[in-house]
Design a protein around this ligand. Structure first.
Ligand code: ADP
Length: 593
């Protein structure tokens, strides 16, 4: 756990970096609002004494000072209200600025993490806690900070008023509040730990809720009548995520009631004490009123300070979690030794092995291969043989467990990962749909801005989707999907062609197509594969496909089986070898005859 002082200094840094001027303004308002009650109570005392003394002489002789006191009191209350309203706006704005700042920190960090983290449930728990709490924690931290500082300052102001009333009531008050503070700190710690321990259940509940309400699962949920089944799962996860918190709150309520009872008893004692002093003529009526109000306010301010401090203690745990998340280092170290990679002549895998976290068997074992610039390389093999994993390693979405990926004889771990990945353009099997305009769906692949509208059209044309996009109501400007009014949905095959267009649009020397025709009709598939040379414009191509008839022209065919390279060579070599490739090819061929 980061050191307490370090958490505070990092939190203050966030506060000033995100909303420095608001912080200063809030502090000024805070000080002013802490002094106003002091002024108001002193005015009340004068007012009561003036009225009581005027009783015998008649109010008319003191009319000027009475109206002056009333006006001053009204002004003090008005000033307090006005400052409260301004303070409310400033703290809301500050909350928004801090939330925005922390959200940017979380997003930037999440994007910089390697894929491995997204497959780790603990990472998802901490990410989901940070993301879930971000909507209210920053403003809660602010209001707790304001509450505790204002409570403390105002309490000091009340102590100033009560200084002649006697040390015993004040000391008693502090003594009563110490166990309350202790209890609150302990309770807020417990509450946070409970909320933290149920994160996995909350994520489960959110997942089942998405299954019931999301667009993607809607078809199967209806077809297989899964509504009740998922609803049951949602309820049990939801209950598991909420009930422990309720139990802690219930237990805390008993202690809170006990503390409240003690406070009321203390106030009753002070009431009796002040009345006795007044009857003995030790204090005036105005002083009695002042002391009673000041004591009552002192209780309120001390309670606010304690609430603020215990809230801050809970929020410190949140900040601790947040900083813990932000301090997680990516599994892909950012090494900026060599940047500016524009081209290459050979990409190699050397004794490459990789095991997914938690898996007992390696997905890739001792893989050796060499891809020369301009080559067309096909990777084939049964499901689960490691084809996609190999591609992810070559693109450096993971770093290998052992072995290396080398670019022109240099380990790719020496490159800046972002720079290195610019060499690649990929169509993944589970490509993304972006609910943006058709043009943006293609343009997204190139952030350098070096390409233009004609390149978008050209890429769409080569992927065989330009006709469809031009016929949309607003052509390339039409928003795709059905997230917004006026947008148009496409078929899955059309989306896949857009993903291909996106990959072609990127001006990268290495093109990776992972089952690029899985959703295409026979004609489109034929068009794509028979025109591969024209479509890829002579770039180096890594193609994963089950359609062996279409990979026979590849310069190199790599056959993977259970993570190892079973065979490699040209189509003719592999057919002559009569191994796994020969068996797969012959079987597929017989299916088509
Ligand atoms: P292919 O592309 O040949 O179908 P993959 O490379 O996707 O195979 O998978 C290789 C092996 O690794 C399979 O046994 C698969 O279950 C496992 N695997 C794939 N992705 C993950 C992952 N994210 N986490 C754990 N295991 C995985």
């Amino acid at each position: 756990m980061p050191h307490r002082g370090k958490i505070l200094s990092r939190a203050l840094k966030i506060l000033f970096n995100s909303s420095g001027s608001q912080t200063v303004n809030s502090a000024l308002i805070l000080v002013a609002r802490s002094i106003i009650p002091l002024v108001a109570i002193l005015l009340i005392r004068h007012y009561v004494d003036t009225v009581v003394n005027a009783g015998s002489e008649g109010l008319s002789s003191n009319l000027k000072s009475v109206t002056g006191l009333i006006a001053s009191l009204a002004l003090a209350i008005l000033a307090d209200d006005l400052l409260q309203l301004i303070g409310h706006y400033i703290s809301k704005r500050q909350g928004y600025l801090i939330e925005n700042h922390i959200a940017a920190l979380i997003h930037t960090h999440a994007v910089s993490m390697g894929l491995r983290f997204f497959e780790d449930p603990a990472f998802h728990d901490s990410l989901s806690r940070a993301a879930r709490d971000i909507s209210w924690r920053p403003s809660a931290i602010l209001s707790d900070l304001i509450l505790s500082v204002k409570g403390f300052l105002s309490f000091i102001a009340m102590c100033f008023i009560l200084r002649d009333f006697g040390i015993i009531p004040l000391a008693g008050l502090v003594v009563i509040f110490l166990p309350v503070l202790f209890l609150r700190l302990r309770n807020s710690g417990r509450l946070y730990e409970v909320k933290k321990s149920v994160t996995a259940h909350s994520r489960q509940a959110a997942y089942f809720s998405w299954l019931l309400t999301g667009e993607k699962p809607a078809r199967e949920v209806r077809l297989f009548d899964l509504g009740k089944f998922f609803e049951k799962h949602f309820h049990s996860s939801f209950a598991a995520s909420k009930e422990p918190e309720l139990r802690v709150i219930k237990a805390n309520t008993n202690y809170e009631f006990l503390a409240s009872f003690v406070k009321v008893m203390a106030f009753a004692g002070v009431l009796i004490y002040a009345t006795a002093l007044y009857i003995d003529s030790g204090i005036t009526a105005g002083e009695m009123a002042m002391y009673l109000i000041a004591f009552r306010q002192a209780v309120v301010y001390l309670r606010d300070a304690v609430s603020g401090i215990s809230g801050l203690a809970e929020n410190r745990l949140f900040l601790n979690d947040l900083f813990h998340f932000l301090d997680r280092e990516s599994d892909i170290p950012i090494n900026r030794n060599i940047s500016d990679i524009h081209s290459f002549s050979a990409l190699e895998a050397v004794n490459l092995s990789f095991t997914y976290p938690g898996a007992s068997i390696a997905a890739i074992r001792n893989v050796n291969l060499r891809i020369r610039k301009g080559e067309k390389v096909a990777i084939v093999g049964p499901n689960g043989s490691g084809k996609t994993t190999l591609v992810k390693l070559l693109c450096r979405l993971y770093d290998p467990g052992s072995g290396d990926v080398m670019l022109d004889g240099v380990s790719v771990s020496r490159f800046d990962p972002d720079e290195y990945r610019r060499l690649f353009s990929v169509v993944f099997q589970d490509f993304m749909l972006y609910y943006l305009s058709a043009g943006d769906n293609i343009r997204l692949a190139d952030s350098t801005g070096s390409r233009d509208k004609d390149n978008v059209r050209e890429a769409a044309f080569r992927a065989g989707i330009s006709g469809v996009l031009e016929n949309l109501p607003e052509g390339y400007e039409t928003i795709l999907g059905h997230h917004t009014g006026g947008s148009r949905e496409l078929s899955w095959g059309e989306w896949q062609k857009i993903a291909i267009a996106r990959a072609l649009y990127r001006d990268a020397p290495l093109l990776v197509l992972d089952e690029p025709s899985s959703s295409l009709d026979a004609d489109s598939e034929f068009e794509i594969f028979s025109e591969l040379d024209r479509i890829t414009e002579g770039r180096t191509l890594i193609l994963i496909s089950h359609r062996l008839a279409y990979v026979r022209n590849a310069d190199q065919i790599i056959v993977l089986d259970r993570g190892i390279i079973a065979e490699k060579g040209t189509h003719d070599d592999l057919m002559a070898a009569k191994g796994l490739y020969h068996a797969m090819f012959t079987k597929q061929k017989s299916n088509y005859l």
